[in-house]
Design a binder for this molecule. Structure first.
Ligand SMILES: C[S@@+](CC[C@H](N)C(=O)[O-])C[C@H]1O[C@@H](n2cnc3c(N)ncnc32)[C@H](O)[C@@H]1O
Length: 227
């Protein structure tokens, strides 16, 4: 089943799932208000809009994409209900964004690097669409960092992720990471992955919660050799 198909099946229940596991989301929203002020913002893997309304208030221009048509449909309903009409919403993959180089000041991707099959591929694509000096904000679930609802298994070390981004399949004690999680990150592993994709990491903080969240900010360097 493709990533889009998996998330299409989940879309109808996703708000309930986010309510249960996203106990750290209010803290993410507070940091977003601190870190985003105006500019051209691209939200990738927007889901049903857990942060899209916040970003719509903070950005000068907002484009929100998600690979799942069902998620995008629900996101459109959320925006319409809130009377927000100036967000561009599209179905699109993090691995191949239909966006020109250096088009955005900020790329925001929440709760998604840990479920992606190829997170490094996504990060390299985020770097491509950011202007030099542009900001990546990537709050990511840290299933290897403790919390009250995390699977037992090994922590992810940077070496567990191939340079090509391809899938950091992590074998836990009971087998593959349970559920939809592809990578059991801890904060160091997440930071290493972002840095390896060619970003200068600015800050990394672990937000506590039912599943902790790694709130990582990083900048595209002024000059990078795109791979
Ligand atoms: C756990 S949800 C996160 C949604 C929301 N950002 C949040 O923080 O609650 C993961 C989202 O990533 C999307 N997704 C999965 N793979 C993707 C990809 N390759 N490109 C873009 N979106 C993807 C899914 O459709 C889903 O909406």
């Amino acid at each position: 089943m493709s990533e889009a198909q998996i998330w299409d099946e989940i879309a109808a229940h996703y708000d309930d799932i986010a309510r249960v596991f996203g106990t750290g989301y209010p803290a993410v929203r507070a940091r977003l208000a601190r870190d985003v002020s105006g500019g051209r913002v691209l939200e990738v893997a927007a889901g049903t809009g857990q942060f899209t309304l916040d970003l719509a208030r903070l950005a000068d221009r907002l484009v929100a994409v998600d690979i799942s048509p069902a998620m995008v449909g629900r996101l459109r309903d959320v925006l319409a209900s809130a009377g927000v009409g100036d967000v561009e919403v599209a179905v699109g993959s993090a691995y191949e964004l239909a966006v020109r180089d250096q088009a955005f000041d900020v790329v925001f991707c929440a709760g998604a690097l840990q479920i992606m099959e190829a997170p490094t591929r996504a990060l390299v694509e985020f770097r491509r669409v950011l202007r030099p000096g542009g900001l990546l904000i990537a709050p990511t679930f840290l299933h290897a960092s403790g919390g009250s609802d995390v699977p037992s298994g090994p922590r992810v070390s940077p070496s567990a992720t191939s340079a090509a981004g391809g899938p950091a399949a992590v074998e836990g004690r009971g087998g593959r990471a349970p559920g939809l999680t592809q990578t059991l990150f801890d904060l160091d592993g997440l930071v290493a992955l972002v840095a390896a994709a060619g970003f200068d990491v600015v800050d990394a903080e672990e937000i506590p919660g039912r599943v902790p969240i790694g709130y990582v900010t990083a900048r595209r360097p002024d000059a990078v050799a795109l791979t």
